[in-house]
Design a protein around this ligand. Structure first.
Ligand SMILES: N[C@@H](CCC[C@H](N)C(=O)O)C(=O)O
Length: 327
């Protein structure tokens, strides 16, 4: 029998599969197929935004390696909310509280933090590298080498956009109306994640409302997923854009508070000269344990999978924390 964990960071939910426990790890084709099936919501199966695959690292240093598979089977280079849950998983498996995790582009620092709220375990993760150059997305036909707080009339008539890859590609706009936060975001997110000349590989689209000093609400239309409760790399990239576009509203010596439809996270901006980076701090919640015979997992059938809630009460604690948030 194999056990997966159903997890979430800000209700951005995933199945976490530890391949190091298998005699024969799944091939990429097999775990892509698995992600597409596991993430679909149906009847009493909760679905998810993606699959997080934990493997042995490929070099000395990191405690493990994380691969992110979006719900549609595409591979993402990073996942901030997911990395917090992988950090907690590895921390509990190995008994360590600060270490690095190998991801597609780099080894990232992770650390256990004080509980985010009573009974809500929390971790912080490094979000980096930060890039603006068009190759990092890629984008095209926009007559720009970098997109920074600028109108893009082919995308929208009045909104300003900023594009930051961390390394997942993000398009960011600060908006004022609820209609832009929902309808405009949905239309643009769909358009830029279907075949289009501007972002040929798709892009995560984040719309943010400024709520006050160091405080935002961020809603994301995620590549490979659609509307999501929260996107960790998206909230981090948006925090960075906020600090650059509105320096008068951001004190980088203090944490930023980022509300999202799934709860709230904190970010810290580190303006290191060599390589600036962002720290994302938030819950790392285990919801359910999933048991499934190993042979069914590799053949893509999981009809015999059984889902049972973890006994810690942490999902109830998380929901209580969200119910008491001011935004
Ligand atoms: N939700 C994730 C980002 C996942 C990656 C995205 N779907 C992509 O394809 O770039 C996060 O928390 O960062």
């Amino acid at each position: 029998m194999t056990e997966l964990v159903h997890v979430h960071g800000s209700h951005n939910s995933f199945y976490l599969l530890d391949q190091t426990l298998f005699e024969t790890p799944l091939s990429q084709k097999q775990f892509i197929q698995l992600a597409q099936k596991l993430c679909q919501q149906k009847d009493d199966w909760p679905g998810a935004d993606g699959l997080l695959v934990v493997d042995e690292p490929t070099h000395a240093g990191p405690l493990g390696k994380m691969t992110v598979v979006n719900a549609d089977g595409s591979i993402a280079s990073m996942c901030g909310n997911g990395l917090r849950t992988v950090a907690r998983y590895l921390s509990e498996r190995e008994g360590q509280t600060a270490f690095t995790v190998e991801t597609a582009e780099s080894d990232l620092k992770v650390r256990q933090e004080a509980n985010f709220a009573p009974g809500v375990p929390a971790f912080s993760v490094e979000i980096s590298p930060i890039r603006f150059n068009k190759k990092a997305f890629p984008f095209d036909h926009l007559e720009k080498e970098r997109i920074f707080d600028t109108k893009l009339p082919v995308l929208h008539d009045y909104l300003h956009f900023t594009a930051i890859a961390v390394p997942t590609p993000h398009l960011i706009s600060f908006v004022e109306t609820d209609e832009d936060l929902t309808d405009t975001l949905g239309q643009l997110g769909q358009r830029l994640n279907a075949e289009n000349p501007y972002f040929p590989d798709g892009v995560n689209v984040n719309f943010a409302k400024i709520l006050g000093k160091n405080t935002l609400f961020v809603q994301t239309y995620e590549r490979g997923v659609g509307f999501t409760n929260a996107c960790g790399t998206g909230m981090s990239a948006t925090s960075y854009a906020f600090s650059m576009i509105h320096p008068e509203l951001v004190d980088v010596s203090k944490e930023l508070t980022i509300y999202n439809p799934g709860g709230m996270v904190k970010t810290r901006i580190h303006q290191d000269k060599e390589q600036p980076w962002i720290e994302l701090i938030g819950n790392a919640t285990f919801i359910d344990k999933v048991t499934i015979p190993e042979e069914y997992l590799s053949s893509g059938h999981f009809d015999l999978a059984q889902l049972r809630p973890v006994q810690t009460g942490e999902e109830t604690n998380y929901n209580r924390f969200v119910a008491n948030l001011p935004h």
